[in-house]
Design a protein around this ligand. Structure first.
Ligand code: SAM
Ligand code: SF4
Length: 357
């Protein structure tokens, strides 16, 4: 089934990029996403002493928050949803989470999604911890691209930021991904003032040495602890200045207007740096993304305050035609932009780990 008209919102933006979260669970506790460790609580307490303490919830609370299995979309449901989106002109598909590699039998899902007509780019974002075990089967199943999160090259600092002593595994994952032919190999680093901002030049040098495509990302108010503070955001402009103190960088001409990162190369052409600055330089006017959460809710914006229940329609026996019509309708309500930094800004109920970054 193909439909001629692409998915267009009421501001004229055409949506081409679908992010599907396959689980809300995670084996890390990143300080900017799931700040549920004692260390995260201490960090925020020292930065915002006048706020109610962001004390870590007890383990039982954390576990109760995970969605029960029957609420998650099955592989059949995800496949149907992606087929429907593909008929509406979605071309890029990224699997995410939570930590997507925690989803049982993930290569099987990739095998189902890779051949869907219209999907020309199938990517995955992962913290990299379980990739040494799953990299090869994922590649063989048809995964085309992978991005890893890597916020620090210092083992102790990495542990502090993620709640897990995972740096050696992530470095192994980078080697394996290169061997398996994933290219360009992407790495994301969320920059937080007073935590890993001193590592900006070192991370950039690492990207050059390893020929990686490194993205520095501004810290967004999407953490489960609601501990985000503007003062902790290192604006993209400042990240660039700090990079230029150590590296000669040449801007890269964007290849498509919906690119979220402004990009630079090094003089020897090895590796690439990108800066994603949604807080200080929003790119909402060119946003071409839509998201599906692990429990089957469509989000038209990362910062949406409302979700649209696709799961109920998939399980309620609705025809493909009815669901396609409904997706077109809700897309018209895609938010014009986010309101971070404005008086009316309201942080979404769900954190980045539940929404799917
Ligand atoms: N667990 C996987 C990972 O960490 O790569 C995939 C899911 S994670 C939510 C996707 C991306 O969102 C990661 O690159 C992570 O760094 C980013 N992220 C999470 N919380 C964020 C925040 N508050 N601000 C900016 N980026 C964030
Ligand atoms: Fe960290 Fe990703 Fe897990 Fe969030 S979902 S805690 S960013 S590894």
């Amino acid at each position: 089934m193909t439909t001629a008209l692409p998915l267009r919102d009421s501001y004229g933006r055409v949506l081409r990029d679908l992010r599907v979260s396959v689980t809300d669970r995670c084996n890390f506790r990143c300080l900017y996403c799931l700040p549920e460790t004692e260390e995260a609580a201490n960090f925020y307490r020292t930065r915002a002493p006048l706020r109610p303490a962001q004390s870590p919830p007890s383990e039982s609370v954390i576990l109760r928050e995970w969605k029960p299995r029957h609420e998650l979309l099955t592989f059949e449901e995800i496949e149907r949803a992606v087929r429907l989106f593909a008929t509406l002109g979605i071309q890029k598909l990224r699997l995410t989470g939570g930590e997507p590699l925690l989803r049982n039998d993930l290569p099987n899902l990739v095998r189902r999604l890779a051949p869907i007509p219209g999907i020309s780019d199938l990517a995955l974002t992962s913290n990299g911890f379980l990739f040494p075990r799953l990299g090869r089967p994922l590649r063989e199943a048809g995964l085309q691209r992978i991005s890893f999160s890597l916020d620090s090259l210092d083992r102790e600092q990495f542990r502090k930021m993620t709640g897990r002593d995972g740096l050696p595994s992530v470095l192994t994952s980078l080697d394996l991904a290169a061997q398996l032919g994933f290219a360009p190999l992407k790495v994301n680093a969320v920059v937080i003032r007073g935590l890993n901002d001193q590592e900006i030049p070192r991370l950039a040098e690492f990207a050059r040495e390893r020929r990686l495509s490194l993205r520095f990302i501004e810290f967004m108010p999407l953490d489960s602890g609601r501990a985000w503070l503007r003062e902790l955001v290192v604006p993209g402009r400042e990240i660039l200045e700090r990079l230029r103190e150590h590296h000669t960088l040449t801007p890269v001409t964007p290849t498509n207007p919906s690119e979220t990162a402004r990009r630079w190369t090094f003089p020897d052409g090895r590796g690439e740096i990108g800066i994603i600055a949604p807080v200080s330089e929003p790119f909402c006017g060119h946003c071409n993304r839509i998201r599906l959460t692990a429990d089957g809710q469509i989000r038209t914006c990362l910062f949406s305050l409302h979700e649209h229940d696709l799961r109920a329609r998939l399980r309620g026996g609705e025809s493909d035609e009815d669901i396609l019509r409904w997706i077109r309708e809700i897309t018209l309500g895609k938010e014009e932009r986010h309101h971070i930094g404005e008086a009316e800004f309201e942080q979404p109920q769900r954190s980045m780990s539940c929404i799917g970054g």
